[in-house]
Design a protein around this ligand. Structure first.
Ligand code: ATP
Ligand code: MG
Length: 278
């Protein structure tokens, strides 16, 4: 498939409008965005168009988040981060021109069954690499979860949806952002948070991919879920290997400072062992 970054028209100064695209099927929806497959008429390159209604953004008072999403994501370029080629807007909506990921999301994947360990290690290696890249640029994603990881061509993962992302490392306070199951203790306790929230979410996601459900989940009772998160109360089914369990346990620490760096995770025996087997 032809991607825009392989075609020589990808420069941010280019002004697009909806007429430049042949809009195809609907491929996904989120809180604010509706995503379509589309083809750039001039080059034939396939892209995804994420269209967001301005009035809805204003009503929810999240205009600044969309601005940030565009500012941040359009500057990122890494094999495991979904590219944003540009954006345009009209009276009613903002449209982001994104790299198209033909596979589904990691969320779709775990609906049928958990993912085999040797695949999860490959996925974790890619997410760790994407996080090292964005954290290196002082970007925190803050909404790492299976729905926001797309599967691109050749099973290459693409970190997507920078709607909650922030740039800079100033410690921040925010009572709630993201999904309950993925909330780190410091957000529940309304303390300052930093890039370690992404490391926490990586641990939760790793567990969910391996087991099929998140570690602290209790759909019936949110208060119980909060308690379990704060007390780090979770267990693994027996069939999960010791190395995999240790990887997740190493991450899920109440104190953000005790969570490992991405470099330590990259060299963790579980991921290292899988690289050696390739
Ligand atoms: P959220 O509710 O998570 O904030 P959102 O409105 O910001 O969502 P996204 O998460 O970016 O929207 O996209 C919604 C869904 O659309 C994704 O979960 C995915 O299924 C699909 N999708 C988004 N971007 C792409 C893409 N580039 N290629 C293929 N599918 C995509
Ligand atoms: Mg999303």
């Amino acid at each position: 498939m032809k991607h825009l970054h392989n075609v020589d028209i990808c420069n941010s100064s280019r002004q697009w409008c909806l007429d430049d695209f042949k809009v195809g099927i609907h491929i996904g929806s989120g809180r604010f965005g509706t995503v379509y497959r589309a083809q750039e008429k001039k080059t034939g390159a396939v892209v995804a168009l994420k269209i967001v209604n301005k009035q809805e953004l204003q009503k929810a008072k999240v205009v600044r988040f969309l601005k940030r999403e565009i500012e941040i994501q359009s500057r990122l370029s890494h094999p495991n981060v979904l590219r944003m080629y540009g954006y345009f807007d009209d009276k009613d909506s903002v449209c982001m021109v994104l790299e198209h990921a033909p596979g589904r999301t990691l969320y779709d994947l775990i609906q049928t069954s958990p993912i085999p360990e040797n695949t999860v290690t490959k996925y974790m290696t890619q997410i760790v690499s994407a996080l090292r890249y964005i954290h290196g640029l002082k970007v925190i994603h803050r909404d790492i979860k299976p729905e926001n990881v797309l599967i691109g061509e050749g099973n290459v993962l693409k970190m997507a949806d920078f709607g909650w992302a922030v740039h800079d490392r100033r410690p921040r306070r925010r009572t709630f952002c993201g999904t309950l199951d993925y909330l780190p203790p410091e957000m529940i306790e309304d303390k300052y948070h930093d890039e370690k929230v992404d490391i926490w979410a990586l641990g939760i996601m790793c567990y969910e991919l391996l087991v099929g459900i998140p570690p602290f989940g209790d759909v019936e009772n949110y208060v119980e879920t909060y308690h379990r998160i704060i007390q780090i109360k979770f267990s693994f089914p027996n069939h999960i290997s010791m190395n995999a369990q240790q990887f997740v346990k190493r991450i899920l620490r109440h104190d953000p400072r005790q969570r490992p760096t991405l470099e330590v995770l990259e060299n963790h025996p579980w991921l290292q062992q899988s690289r050696e087997q390739q």
